[in-house]
Ligand binder design. Structure first.
Ligand code: ATP
Ligand code: MG
Length: 524
């Protein structure tokens, strides 16, 4: 019964914690080390699943065993009942004394242990550097030193355990002694057989008391894990509502793709300085907008504002006249596509990566792969006919076959290839608004040009916001925004920005050697 109850409780807590974690604001993720989050969902959950119930069970088992023995003693020797309150009191005092020091020493040990682990991690990460500088000895010494420090603390832990176990044994043996003397000196009239029974059980007390203490200590430790998970399950800060059925705009929203930034100010967290300061932009449906500016000017932050990764301090963002801050996040984010500065791929097949919710036909995915240029149009029929070999391995497949395996974080693809896949994903999604954050920063010039012409072709009805460091990529865009220090400095067509003197854009063009001829002919 305890197993069932505890597994159920653990499952529910875990699910609630995961759910809450998925809806925390970005600032929480920025502020919290990943290791800490992982620890909650690995060590703490494991503790709830498998250790806590075992320790609770042991606790109940020992308590009932001891109670049984004491009751039996009282039945045979009623006077013995007087000793019990004192015995319980002494037990509690000893345990309390022990726990308060043991807790601190354990904490010390945990701190020292984490030094050892993190040092080990660092050494593994930098092993080639260490070898190059022939500093193995230095790091061995450091590691030895840290392990010694950890052992100093571990030694104390064990010493304390020995101490308490001697104390408890003494109490129990004292009891046994009293009972034995009472029996042997025939203070009460009980038979020899009964004395045998009594002594057999009373002599088990030392072991049982120690077991009880162990179960109590471990149970208390496990409860710390419970506390941490309950904290995640109930107290994590949450983003704005994910779904708001009453606010869902009528499909097909956004049909036009008009984006308006109305005096938007934003800081990443309360207390941090404003990153966007009163940004106002009026972007018509279907316009191609290039965004440039120095590093740290706030370009990526415009995207965060659009996605509501952090809420605006002031102002509004309107898409086709709908104030995005009033929508559920699901409705908003579903309608935007982004190729972020560092594209994310998941472990799984390419098919899963392009269409995580399994909403599209394979044909659409293939055609998107061809249109994005990842697979040549002539090859595609041949590639389609490739299949995994018998063992299910994907090594024989084309690099971008839908069944090709993607490793964690897409490490088996280069950055450029990952950007291409992210572009393909955007093609599949067919959103009205597309955001490119340095989407082509890691592909060669030729591919970049190819992608740009592809974007012009495939997304010609979409509103595109493109951030680019290579100015050449955005010269043929409709209008350019130049951001500086969180404010819009310039917002006009590339040619007029270039022709005006003293614009930041002109300065940047001069620096990267862009001349008037590089601009596309203006269309009448
Ligand atoms: P880059 O060209 O290097 O991509 P950017 O224009 O995209 O630069 P942003 O990423 O928008 O720059 O950053 C603008 C400012 O916001 C920076 O000064 C940075 O310190 C701050 N900032 C960015 N992300 C965060 C964050 N998650 N938390 C706190 N501050 C941030
Ligand atoms: Mg950026």
């Amino acid at each position: 019964m305890m197993c069932v109850i505890s597994i159920r409780a653990s499952k529910r807590l875990n699910l609630r914690a995961v759910k809450r974690l998925l809806h925390t604001p970005m600032s929480f993720i920025d502020n919290t080390p990943v290791g800490r989050i992982l620890n909650r969902f690995t060590r703490d959950v494991d503790c709830l699943d498998s250790q806590l119930v075992e320790n609770l069970r042991l606790f109940v088992y020992q308590v009932s065993n001891i109670t049984g023995i004491l009751v039996m003693c009282i039945i045979y020797l009623p006077w013995f009942a007087i000793v019990i309150p004192f015995m319980v009191l002494i037990f509690l005092l000893v345990v309390d004394y022990y726990q308060s020091s043991a807790r601190e020493v354990k904490r010390l040990e945990a701190v020292q242990r984490s030094f050892v682990y993190s040092n080990f991690n660092e050494v593994l990460g930098g092993i080639s550097t260490i070898k190059a500088f022939r500093s193995e000895r230095r790091f061995l010494k450091k590691s030895d030193f840290l392990i010694d420090r950890m052992n100093e603390a571990s030694y104390l832990v064990i010493v304390l355990q020995r101490w308490v176990s001697i104390c408890l044994d003494s109490i129990a043996i004292l009891l046994a002694l009293v009972i034995t003397l009472l029996c042997v000196t025939r203070q009460f009239d009980i038979s020899a057989a009964s004395v045998g029974v009594l002594l057999t059980y009373v002599l088990q007390l030392p072991g049982l008391l120690n077991g009880l203490l162990r179960a109590m200590t471990l149970g208390e430790n496990d409860m710390n894990s419970v506390e941490r998970i309950v904290n995640y399950a109930t107290e994590l800060p949450q983003e704005a509502a994910y779904r708001k059925p009453e606010m869902t705009p009528q499909e097909p929203w956004p049909s036009n793709g008009e984006v308006v930034f109305d005096n938007v100010s934003l800081s990443y967290r309360p207390g941090l300085p404003l990153v966007l300061k009163g940004v106002s932009l009026n972007i018509k449906g279907g316009e191609k907008i290039g965004i440039c500016g120095r590093t740290g000017a706030g370009k990526s932050t415009i995207m965060s504002a659009l996605y509501r990764l952090c809420e605006l301090n002031e102002g509004r963002v309107l898409i086709d006249g709908v104030d995005t801050s009033k929508l559920g996040l699901y409705d908003l984010r579903r309608k935007l596509s982004i190729i972020p500065q560092d594209p994310v791929l998941f472990k799984g097949s390419i098919r899963k990566n392009l269409d995580p919710f399994g909403e599209r036909e394979d044909e659409e995915l293939w055609s998107a792969l061809v249109r994005s240029g990842t697979i040549e149009a002539e090859e595609v029929e041949k590639v389609k006919n490739q299949h995994r070999d018998e063992s299910g391995s994907s090594t024989g497949l084309h690099k971008f076959h839908l069944d090709q395996e993607v490793e964690d974080d897409g490490t088996n693809f280069s950055l450029g290839e990952r950007q291409l896949l992210a572009l393909t994903r955007a093609l599949v999604r067919q959103s009205k608004i597309l955001i490119l954050d340095e989407a082509t920063s890691s592909v060669d010039y030729e591919t970049d040009a190819k992608i740009q012409s592809l974007i012009a072709q495939e997304f010609n009805r979409c509103t595109i916001l493109c951030i680019a460091h290579r100015l050449k990529t955005i010269l043929n865009y409709d209008r350019l925004v130049v951001l500086d220090n969180g404010t819009v400095k310039e917002f006009d067509t590339p040619r007029s920005l270039f022709c005006m003197q003293d614009t930041i854009f002109r300065e940047m063009c001069d620096k990267s050697g862009i001349k008037a001829e590089d601009f596309p002919e203006e269309q009448p």
